[in-house]
Design a protein around this ligand. Structure first.
Ligand SMILES: Nc1nc2c(ncn2[C@@H]2O[C@H](COP(=O)(O)OP(=O)(O)OP(=O)(O)O)[C@@H](O)[C@H]2O)c(=O)[nH]1
Ligand SMILES: [Mg+2]
Ligand SMILES: [Zn+2]
Ligand SMILES: [Zn+2]
Length: 364
């Protein structure tokens, strides 16, 4: 069966609306790109498609049983939404690497050493062992040379795996470009999670190969519930400008219509928000916050658009008490995080029900 060289889907000419479609006359030939990939690449038009669950199960089975190296790719601004709890047990520490991608999104003064140490600490505290940790930016080419040198020492097939949208396909494209394969076919990438639909094998010299894989999507991440248009503002593309709000008891902050933070008690202190620059913010009083949402959601409080709203509501609320001391982050899977700067406070955080919220030692 021939597959699309951009997304890995099996090609077919029967059902135009379905994944893998190509017009009959295009089915012959080398390096065929399916219609969906063609539209993503040429018109930036993204049609969401679901990756069947059994494919992901098969993939896990391959990772568990084949002699291979597994490179888990993570999104530096979404560690909470990048974790794959089952992976370390399936793969084992001696053939698992972690690549923390998208470091270009971090503020310019960020120390990469600190970022690396923080990730290593996170792995340790989660009981996860990996052989190596790399920092990278597929978009800006940061760290790719070091990663490529390390990959060149590997004789076994290399699987690039991880949550959807962390940049697996972009990373492979970047590594191929660095090897002078700029002219060759490239993998399809887009801001919509679920771009790669099946495994894509890339042949390298000396019989080595790399395998791109479909990412895992899950409703515990905000991004997996948004339409392509909403994703335009929710997925960060440029360096994040942290947005700082001085909040005191009785104040409420909306991040788009996706996250609500109410300060219930405590001294006034800065709350530093690291999310996509495209998300609007609104500060109001706690007692007015719900009615503000009702009258503005889907209009100036987007995402969610009217269509995505049903996947965002209802909200689930958790209350947290922050003790005085080192800064703490409240991370929302598939979105980013809010850094609470170390004064005592009690706060209520509302996120779409089922979305993961993690309180962790401050990242930056
Ligand atoms: N800023 C920034 N954006 C990146 C980087 N790498 C990837 N992206 C963007 O992240 C989004 C997802 O990239 P993909 O390469 O399609 O991600 P993927 O992990 O292959 O996604 P799936 O195939 O859906 O699992 C796209 O909008 C990319 O442009 C990076 O290093 N920096
Ligand atoms: Mg991909
Ligand atoms: Zn395709
Ligand atoms: Zn939407």
């Amino acid at each position: 069966m021939k597959v699309c060289r951009g997304c890995g889907e099996s090609l077919q000419s029967e059902a135009p609306g379905r994944a893998g479609y190509v017009p009959p006359h295009r089915l012959e030939g080398e390096d065929v790109l399916c219609q969906r990939c063609y539209r993503i690449v040429h018109y930036n038009e993204v049609a969401p498609a679901a990756v069947p669950q059994e494919r992901l199960r098969d993939l896990f089975h391959r990772l568990a049983t084949e002699r291979c190296l597994v490179v888990q790719v993570a999104d530096v601004v979404d560690w909470t939404g990048s974790k794959i709890p089952d992976l370390p047990a399936v793969v084992g520490p001696d053939r698992l690497w972690l690549v923390v991608n998208k470091v270009d999104l971090l503020p310019p003064e960020t120390s990469y050493d600190r970022v690396r140490r923080w990730f290593e600490q996170q792995l340790r505290s989660g009981g996860v062992e990996v052989e190596r940790v790399f920092l990278a930016s597929a978009a800006k080419g940061i760290g790719l040379g070091i990663l490529l040198d390390a990959l060149r020492t590997q004789r076994v097939p290399v699987y690039f795996t991880g949550a959807a949208n962390v940049g697996k396909s972009s990373l492979i494209n970047g590594l191929l470009r660095l090897q002078g394969r700029a002219e060759g076919p490239v993998l399809t990438t887009s801001r919509v999670p679920g771009t790669t639909l099946n495994t894509v094998t890339i042949e390298l010299e000396e019989g080595r190969h790399w395998i791109d894989t479909p990412g895992l999507t899950a409703a515990y991440r905000v991004v997996d519930r948004l339409c392509p248009l909403c994703l335009k503002s929710a997925v960060p593309r440029e360096r994040i400008r942290p947005r700082i709000y001085q909040l005191q008891a009785g104040q409420s902050l909306w991040i788009g219509g996706l996250v609500r933070l109410d300060v219930l008690e405590g001294e006034r202190q800065p709350f530093v928000c690291y999310v996509s620059n495209g998300l609007p913010f609104h500060r109001t009083k706690v007692e007015r916050s719900a009615s503000y949402y009702e009258s503005h959601v889907g209009r100036d409080l987007v995402p969610p658009c009217p269509e995505c709203r049903s996947r965002i509501e209802p909200f689930a609320e958790t209350e947290r008490v922050f003790s005085p001391g080192p800064a703490t982050d409240v991370a929302v899977a598939g979105l980013g995080w809010i850094s609470v700067r170390g004064r005592r406070c009690r706060a209520a955080i509302r996120v779409p029900e089922g979305v993961d919220v993690e309180v962790r030692p401050a990242f930056l």
